[in-house]
Design a protein around this ligand. Structure first.
Ligand code: NDP
Ligand code: GDR
Length: 344
């Protein structure tokens, strides 16, 4: 039986990866940070929170002694570092904290692995946000980086730390450069889930309008359940490397809004421009979408579209869920949750 440590087990990817590794017969040690209230709703939704091969461990990734003790007690074969301050918007308000959690946190783990057991395979959750300002379309493992937020440059630090530890110390350290991936388990502050949850609430008469920021941003959105399979495959590959995971397609936030409303049989008519743009129901004329500039970011990533050919060729990883399927899955889940008065 293999042992795996997953940091950030309370997050979207942590939950799906836990489910996948348990299905594969792993013993999983999932780390969470101490707080006054426990937050395991995603593991509960997937029905794995009480699995006999899952151990939940309190852990702080900014405390290297805690990293060392974690490795010594769990004796992992594989280490998936998913914990991060992962919200780009907040990173502008909390840049130092973001750098510590999303940047230095990864370095702490790499250093602990180097000291305790260099044979532990390491996965770093890198991101398409490192590409930032468009340098090339589509983006691949060879596209130059140009991050546009404290989150982006913190993750770039962690990415280069991973590459350097791989090259300097002969460690199996992998960087997965993942484009946006969503699911019914996505946090509500991220735009897709904010949209699907509010659309469900509008349908049920629990909300009037959806307030958003930049509708023109374009993202390459895939299904998180498939992306964690890519993470797993990266650690089973013959050689440690860096891999892009993406769907190779892009859509605007505006289009995602339209698709979400189509799920409740509403067509959106757009009128106005910029901060004055609004979305109306095509049949009733009711205002359903408005812009609030407070959701604009100081610097935006305008266009992300990946090319995951390398992952397809070397890992056999191919995403299957279309954006329409993904959006529909999320709207349906939010309709059900809201009908049952669940707020997560
Ligand atoms: P989530 O925001 O859903 O989960 C983040 C996890 O990190 C949570 O478990 C959270 O714990 C934990 N965490 C946050 N801050 C700290 C901290 N200071 N110390 C310890 N743990 C912390 O993110 P996702 O699951 O979506 O993403 C997983 C990883 O992949 C992240 O590193 C993210 O940056 C990266 N990524 C995500 C992409 C995506 O589209 N989803 C794309 C590319 C990369 P708590 O529940 O206590 O807040
Ligand atoms: P992103 O995801 O920044 O790409 O980072 P997010 O869903 O937050 O934003 C996507 C785009 O939508 C625009 N936007 C809004 N965003 C939010 N959150 N709320 C709004 O109201 C809103 N209106 C418009 C944003 O400006 C942006 O352009 C995600 C995270 O999961 C990161 O951790 C991960 O690394 C990247 O994806 C890949």
């Amino acid at each position: 039986m293999k042992n795996a440590i997953i940091t950030g087990i309370t997050g979207q990817d942590g939950a799906y990866l836990t489910q996948l590794l348990l299905e594969k017969g792993y013993r999983v040690f999932g780390t969470y940070r101490r707080s006054s209230s426990m937050n395991f709703w995603r593991l509960e939704e997937l029905g794995v929170v009480n699995h006999p091969n899952l151990t939940l461990v309190e852990f702080d990734l900014n405390d290297i002694t805690s990293c060392i003790r974690l490795l010594e007690s769990c004796q992992p074969d594989e280490f998936y570092n998913l914990a991060a301050q992962s919200f780009v918007g907040v990173s502008f308000d909390q840049p130092i904290y973001t750098a510590q959690a999303s940047g230095i946190g990864a370095l702490n783990i790499l250093e602990a692995i180097r000291l305790v057991n260099k044979k532990i395979k390491f996965y770093q959750a890198s991101t398409s946000e490192m590409f930032g300002k468009v340098q090339e379309i589509p983006q691949t493992e060879n596209t130059p980086f140009y991050p546009r937020s404290p989150y982006g440059f913190a993750k770039l630090f962690a990415h280069w730390a991973t590459v350097n530890y791989r090259e300097s110390y002969d460690m199996f350290a992998v960087s997965g450069i993942l484009f946006n991936h969503e699911s019914p388990l996505r946090g509500k502050e991220f735009v897709t889930r904010k949209i699907t949850d509010t659309v469900a609430k509008i349908h049920l008469g629990m909300a009037q309008t959806l307030e958003l920021g930049n509708l023109d941003a374009q993202r390459d959105w895939g299904f998180a359940g498939e992306y964690v399979e890519g993470m797993y495959k990266m650690l089973q590959s013959n050689e440690a490397d860096s891999f892009v995971l993406s769907t190779n397609q892009t859509q605007s936030v505006r289009r995602f809004v339209e698709i979400a409303f189509e799920n409740i049989e509403i067509t959106i008519d757009w009128k106005g421009e910029g901060a004055l743009e609004k979305g109306y129901c095509a049949t009733t004329g009711k205002e359903l979408v408005s812009i609030n500039p407070k959701y604009y970011r100081p610097a935006e990533v305008d266009l992300l579209i990946g090319n995951a050919q390398k992952a397809k060729d070397l890992l056999g990883w191919i995403p299957k869920t279309s954006l329409h399927e993904l959006c529909s899955m999320m709207v349906q889940a939010d309709l059900t949750r809201n009908q049952h008065g669940k707020s997560f």
